[in-house]
Design a binder for this molecule. Structure first.
Ligand SMILES: N[C@@H](CCC[C@H](N)C(=O)O)C(=O)O
Length: 286
C-alpha cells in the first residue's frame, strides 16, 4: 500500500477527530487497501491520528455520499460528529456550494443545514433520521422485542441497559454518577458482549435535568473518544422514550456540547442534532 502524496484534511467535531479524504471525483485509496490505510491514518504515533477516517464519495441518490471507517479498519454505518465535519469540508472546499445538502450514508439519506458566521461555516444541524429499538434490527440476541432499561450482566456487575440503533448500534446506560464508571473496564466488555453480534457503541449517561445530561463514551472499533454524535443522538432519543428527557436536550460530552430535538415520524423516534465542526489543518502523506 503506497499512500505517498495522499491529500487529506484533519478535522474534529467536539474532539472526535478524523482525517477526511475527497473521493468525490473517484477513488483515491483502492477499496482493497481502505481498511489498512485507515488503520495507518488513525494511528496516533505512526500516522495522522484519528477516531476514524471520513470519505467524500459521489452519490446517485443524494447531493453527495459519505463513508466512515473506524481506527480498527471496520466500516461504520454512520458517524454523527463526522457528518458535521463532512458538511464543513464539502462546503469549504467548494465540492458543493449550497448550505443545505442531502447526504447518502450506509444508514440512509441525511440532511445537513449549515449556518454561516462571517461567511464561514459555523454550526451544523443534521437530521439524523429515525431510530429503532427492535432487538433483531440493532442487532441484539435477546428474547425481548425491545431491550429498554433492562438488566445486562457485564463482568462482575449488572447494568440497566437500553439497546437502540440510529443506523449504527448503541447501548445506553443511565447511571447516577458517570464519574464512578470505569469505562476502560466496562466499555470493551459491553462492546464485545455476546448479546451484540455486530458489537456495539457504549455510553454511560447521567441525567442532570429533563433538558440536560452528560455522558461518557466507549466506541466500537475505536475505544474511549471525547464525543460520539450517533451515541448522543441515541441518548437523546432513549432518554425521551424512557421519560427521562424532554424532546429538547443539551448533552455535555468530554469534548463539548451537542443540542438535540427529538421528533416522531411514522411511529418511530428521530432527532435533529446541532453542533460545530473544526478544520485543524490540510496535509499530504510523505
Ligand atoms: N464517532 C461516531 C461514531 C463512529 C462509528 C462507531 N464507532 C461505530 O462503529 O458505529 C459518531 O460521532 O457518531
Amino acid at each position: 500500500m503506497d499512500l505517498k502524496g495522499l491529500k487529506f484534511s484533519k478535522m474534529h467535531g467536539i474532539g472526535n477527530d478524523f482525517p477526511i479524504i475527497d473521493e468525490s471525483a473517484g477513488e483515491v485509496i483502492p477499496e482493497a487497501d481502505k481498511a489498512e490505510a485507515c488503520r495507518f491514518l488513525c494511528h496516533r504515533h505512526f500516522g495522522v491520528g484519528g477516531d476514524g477516517v471520513l470519505f467524500v464519495t459521489p452519490s446517485d441518490v443524494a447531493d453527495i455520499g459519505y463513508r466512515m471507517f473506524n481506527p480498527d479498519g471496520s466500516e461504520a454505518e454512520m458517524c454523527g460528529n463526522g457528518i458535521r465535519c463532512f458538511g464543513d469540508f464539502v462546503y469549504r472546499k467548494g465540492i458543493l456550494k449550497q448550505k443545505k445538502m442531502t447526504v447518502e450514508t450506509k444508514s440512509g439519506i441525511k440532511t445537513i443545514e449549515i449556518t454561516l458566521e462571517n461567511d464561514e461555516p459555523a454550526l451544523f444541524k443534521v437530521d439524523m433520521g429515525t431510530s429503532t429499538f427492535k432487538t433483531p434490527e440493532i442487532p441484539m440476541a435477546s428474547d425481548m422485542e425491545e431491550f429498554l432499561d433492562s438488566p445486562l450482566e457485564v463482568l462482575d456487575t449488572t447494568f440497566n441497559t437500553t439497546a437502540i440503533s440510529v443506523g449504527n448500534p448503541h447501548a445506553i446506560i443511565f447511571v447516577d454518577n458517570i464519574d464512578e464508571i470505569d469505562i476502560d473496564k466496562y466499555g470493551p466488555a459491553i462492546e464485545t458482549h455476546e448479546a451484540f453480534p455486530e458489537k456495539i457503541n457504549v455510553h454511560f449517561v447521567e441525567v442532570i435535568s429533563k433538558n440536560e445530561g452528560k455522558m461518557l463514551t466507549w466506541e466500537r472499533g475505536a475505544g474511549v473518544t471525547l464525543a460520539c454524535g450517533t451515541g448522543a443522538t441515541s441518548t437523546a432519543i432513549s432518554g425521551f422514550k424512557l421519560g427521562l428527557f424532554d424532546s429538547e436536550v443539551l448533552l455535555h460530552l468530554p469534548g463539548g456540547d451537542l443540542k438535540f430535538n427529538v421528533y416522531e415520524k411514522e411511529g418511530e423516534l428521530g432527532a435533529f442534532m446541532e453542533g460545530p465542526a473544526q478544520l485543524v489543518f490540510d496535509g499530504e502523506i510523505q
